[in-house]
Design a protein around this ligand. Sequence first.
Ligand code: CTP
Ligand code: ZN
Length: 154
Amino acid sequence: MSKRTLRVSKIKEGTVIDHISGGHALDVIKILGITGRAGGIVTIAMNVPSKTVKAKDIVKVEGRKLASAEVDKIALVAPHATINIIRNYRVVEKQRVKLPKIIRGIVECANPSCISNSNEPVQSTFYVEREEPLLLKCHYCGYVMEKPDVLKQF
Ligand code: CTP
Ligand code: ZN
């Protein structure tokens, strides 16, 4: 982008979720439970040209840090995202999200008769068959879940 214009302002304190695949910012917003009605300042930029990819989305949440459970969920919908902690206008921490090969305990199997949904003490376990778009395969019943099945649970 040209230095003459700044598309979105820098923030003073908070978290910037950068390098979200273009068009997927709203998945991240959903995971963070942002409705806009809590009053905090949130900036969403969608389909912004980027050096490394065709287009990316950015979500800036002021005055807030993310819980590690939220970061784990973001990895499912934005496996290339970077999470930047901002303090006094500076990036004081930069973390790349990481999508493990095996996902345990974060999502439930969408197959109601799966053993992981029974009263047995079995933790949900999925293999990441494809990162983007997301495809998860249940270790127990083989059911294949896509991103909308996962987002429905968040
Ligand atoms: N940012 C912000 N407010 C600040 C500082 C940074 O909103 N006070 C945003 C930047 O606009 C960018 C992200 O946080 O979207 C990361 O900032 P920075 O590390 O400075 O940018 P890059 O070096 O381009 O990041 P990367 O190397 O991860 O691409
Ligand atoms: Zn299952």
